[in-house]
Design a protein around this ligand. Structure first.
Ligand SMILES: NC(=O)C1=CN([C@@H]2O[C@H](COP(=O)(O)OP(=O)(O)OC[C@H]3O[C@@H](n4cnc5c(N)ncnc54)[C@H](OP(=O)(O)O)[C@@H]3O)[C@@H](O)[C@H]2O)C=CC1
Ligand SMILES: O=C(O)[C@@H]1CCC=N1
Length: 280
């Protein structure tokens, strides 16, 4: 079977599932091989209309008839959904590959809620996967075979760039860096746009200049062999305007602030793991 016909069931049809579904379809995946389990009637209807995929109300049928189950619900309802489909899974010989995108939900917790160890890849995508520009960290447990590892990578690559990490705990760092990362860059863009407007630019001009600057900086960093630091030095003329602005960022402790913010996100991922480790 070609990968484009592999049956994948998404449990939860929210932001991140939609990003991945959009990426897969843009990459040529057959919509009628994609299932989404979503309790809300209106959302189910929208998913069918938008993507032409198959929407189901409950997960039990889906998990026993697909090759891949993608767990895309909020971390705190992970125990509920695993327990919802576990009896159906345990009653059959179905051995789907599980892909979990849930922040802070450990492989051990998922095994415990399902009631037996399963082949599981933890993936940490981000919302730019919607336009195939995602950054996605992956970790496989010991039950994932070579074929499933390649399959998981191929599925997630439809959303953007993929990188495997060595240890499961590294997924918390990926979550804090690139999972949440689009929000950090967008926050800076919000700030630049607002200050442009405050200094008299037309709102549309401030927004477009900000967006294009972010895009240009990202593309330059992506396409160049030089580091962001080296590229930054080329914008920063001695005695010029950039140097003055960078001085203000440095005096305000930007590097430390970024470090504290990313560490806080990582700590939150670990907290979620801890809270959920206590749920049977
Ligand atoms: N958003 C992001 O940038 C990223 C998110 N993640 C992870 O992805 C996961 C999903 O996040 P996100 O997509 O933003 O969240 P959303 O709230 O957008 O999506 C979750 C979806 O699950 C649905 N749902 C609730 N209960 C059930 C159930 N019993 N069975 C099936 N579906 C159910 C919700 O429906 P309803 O709203 O009707 O309750 C909702 O549509 C999270 O675990 C998060 O950690 C990972 C990387 C990035
Ligand atoms: O904020 C969150 O918890 C999720 C995980 C990474 C991005 N969004």
């Amino acid at each position: 079977m070609t990968t484009s016909r592999i049956r994948i069931a998404f449990i939860g049809g929210g932001n991140i599932a939609r990003s991945l579904i959009a990426g897969l379809i843009a990459d040529g995946h057959e919509p009628n091989a994609l299932y989404v389990v979503e309790p809300d009637d209106t959302k189910r209807g929208q998913l069918v209309t938008q993507f032409g995929i198959i929407a189901l109300e409950t997960s039990a049928d889906a998990v026993t008839s697909v090759e891949v189950v993608a767990l895309c619900v909020k971390p705190l309802i992970a125990p509920v959904i695993c327990r919802e489909f576990a009896p159906a899974l345990l009653a059959t010989n179905a051995q789907p590959l599980f892909i979990s995108v849930m922040a802070g939900v450990t492989e051990a917790s998922i095994d415990r809620w399902i009631g037996r160890p399963v082949a599981l890849v933890r993936a940490m995508p981000n919302t730019p996967s919607m336009i195939q520009s995602g950054a996605i960290g992956l970790h496989a447990n010991s039950l994932v075979n070579h074929y499933q590892r390649n399959l998981a990578e191929e599925i997630l690559r439809a959303g953007g760039l993929t990188r495997w990490v060595e240890n499961e705990v590294d997924i918390d760092t990926v979550t804090a860096l690139s999972g949440s990362g689009p929000a950090y860059f967008l926050l800076l863009m919000e700030a630049l746009e607002q200050v442009g407007i405050a200094h008299g630019l037309a709102p549309e001009t401030a927004r477009l200049l900000t967006i294009q600057t972010a895009l240009g900086a990202a593309r330059m960093a992506f396409e160049s062999d030089e580091s962001p630091q080296q590229l930054r030095a080329r914008v920063t003329s001695p005695g010029g305007t950039t140097e003055r602005a960078i001085g203000v960022f440095e005096a305000g402790g930007l590097m430390l602030l970024v470090s504290e913010a990313v560490t806080a996100a990582r700590v939150r991922a670990a907290e979620l793991s801890q809270i959920l480790a206590e749920v049977d």
